[in-house]
Write a protein that binds this ligand. Structure first.
Ligand code: IFM
Length: 458
């Protein structure tokens, strides 16, 4: 790895014990968002219904009955938002494309007006010197496809390939990084396993069918991408969380291994080894009926990078019956109730690198929700700043340890629709007043800005 380093002291930002920050000059610093969480304009320019439109309208599913109808109105305010990113000084912006804006029914004719929005966004970003990084699927499946069975059906993976291929053709290398799927574990388990996310189905075994079809969709999209010989990069983003055993006992160690199988290896193994974890017999039996010859060749096609979303860890112990249970958080928590555990980022990426690498890695999401308030036009969020500082410090340790970490995207640029929590959980480094759509850069955003100013970048 080329390492023309710029020493910047995180110490001066109050991170104890962390010395010199050695970020390569070409390290990408960014912020991330997702279509349904920020765009709004749910009924404009021919956009079709997504599973989140339907789900958020189902009583009791989303806190306070919030929906993404308006969200941050980014569809109309994208220029203002790109200007904020420019002011912050980020290199790259990770956004997602809403499939139902492109294909209102999931398939068929492209809705040019929907596509034009992303063309305008990409153009604006490039004009401001910010690299576009686009995720093709961040959970907003067209409802029309869900009506045909959604991710429980193999056809959905084929429709996704068509949609992905169209986006590769239309936007091509203007997007510097393509991410096929965001967090397939969430789409599969939260959507079809326990039903806390759209489409709200709950059947443990069939969620593994959804997971398989999502992985297949990734593989098919990758195949379409390679056929076009594009010069940008393509990868996938997983939400991974290290699972630590509560004790040294053999039972707790086995429990942690199981939890790791469920959360991490069920996705990492097929992607990078070409098969599901063999130590998970119940899972293997459940998924067997939907696997077809050739699936794993597609799923394990070579990617240019792996995106990892890291927020927290779990500490697990044996439940005494061959299963496992998570202990309550062992330290300070964010507004989501997630433990703040920066060391987990280091442990996780070292492990992924050792077990599945070498593969370039990006942290495609990291950030924290806190109950922010506006005081005299300012938002003081020292906990979020500390959270970011501590995780950036782990990123430097990773680089020093030789892990090929290429970039870091803060989640999120804006406060936004936090899924089942509606607008009650604020992750932004930019505050959004959802009544007036006013944006206020929070202290954490200002900190990020001055951190970026201090770096020598190439
Ligand atoms: O808001 C989400 C995002 O959509 C996916 N990753 C986790 C974030 C925080 O919950």
């Amino acid at each position: 790895m080329q390492c023309i380093c710029c020493p910047t002291r995180l110490e001066k930002y109050g991170v104890e014990g962390d010395d010199t920050v050695n970020f390569p000059k070409d390290f990408k610093w960014g912020t991330a968002t997702a279509s349904y969480q920020i765009e709004g304009a749910a009924h404009e320019d021919g956009r079709g219904e997504s599973i989140w439109d339907r789900f958020s309208r189902t009583p009791g599913k989303v806190l306070n009955g919030h929906t993404g109808d308006v969200a941050c109105n980014h569809y109309h305010l994208y220029k203002e938002d790109v200007a904020i990113m420019k002011e912050l000084g980020v290199d790259s912006y990770r956004f997602s494309i809403a499939w139902p804006r492109i294909y209102p029914n999931g398939t068929g004719q492209i809705n040019r007006k929907g596509l034009d929005f992303y063309k305008r966004l990409v153009e604006e970003l490039l004009e401001k010197g910010i690299e576009p990084a686009a995720t093709l699927y961040h959970w907003d499946l067209p409802q029309a496809l869900e009506d045909k069975g959604g991710w429980l059906k193999r056809d959905t993976a084929r429709y996704f390939q068509d949609y992905a291929a169209a986006m590769f053709r239309e936007l091509g290398d203007t997007v510097k990084q393509w991410i096929t799927l965001n967090e397939p574990w969430c789409s599969a388990f939260l959507g079809y396993g326990n039903g806390v996310h759209a489409p709200g189905k709950s059947d443990f075994n069939s969620h593994l069918h959804a997971a398989h079809h999502l992985l297949l969709a990734h593989g098919l999209a990758l195949q379409a991408y390679r056929e076009l010989n594009l010069k940008s990069e393509v990868g996938i983003t997983l939400n991974l969380a290290p699972q630590y055993p509560a004790s040294d006992s053999a039972q707790d160690q086995a429990a942690a291994r199981k939890a790791d199988g469920f959360q991490n290896r069920w996705y990492l193994d097929p992607l990078f080894r070409g098969f599901y974890p063999q130590d998970m017999p119940e899972f293997l039996a459940a998924v067997a009926p939907v696997i077809q010859p050739g699936d794993f060749d597609l799923i394990s096609g070579a990617v240019d990078f792996l995106g990892i979303n890291y927020y927290s860890r779990s500490v697990v112990r044996s439940d005494g019956q061959g299963g496992y249970e998570a202990l309550p958080p062992q330290g300070p928590v964010t507004h989501m109730g997630w433990e703040v555990y920066p060391q987990g980022l280091y442990d996780l990426l070292v492990r992924v690198h050792e077990d599945y690498g070498p593969i370039p890695l990006y942290i495609t999401e990291n950030g924290a929700a806190y109950p922010d308030q506006v005081e005299q036009g300012r938002v003081h969020d020292p906990e979020r700043t500390a959270y970011l500082q501590q995780h950036f410090a782990q990123a430097t340790k990773l680089i020093e340890a030789g892990v090929p970490l290429k970039g870091f995207y803060v989640w999120s640029l804006l406060d936004n629709f936090e899924w089942a929590f509606g607008y009650e959980r604020r992750f932004g480094i930019v505050y959004v007043d959802f009544e007036t759509q006013e944006r206020i850069i929070k202290d954490s955003g200002r900190w990020y800005q001055s951190f970026l100013k201090g770096l020598a970048r190439g």
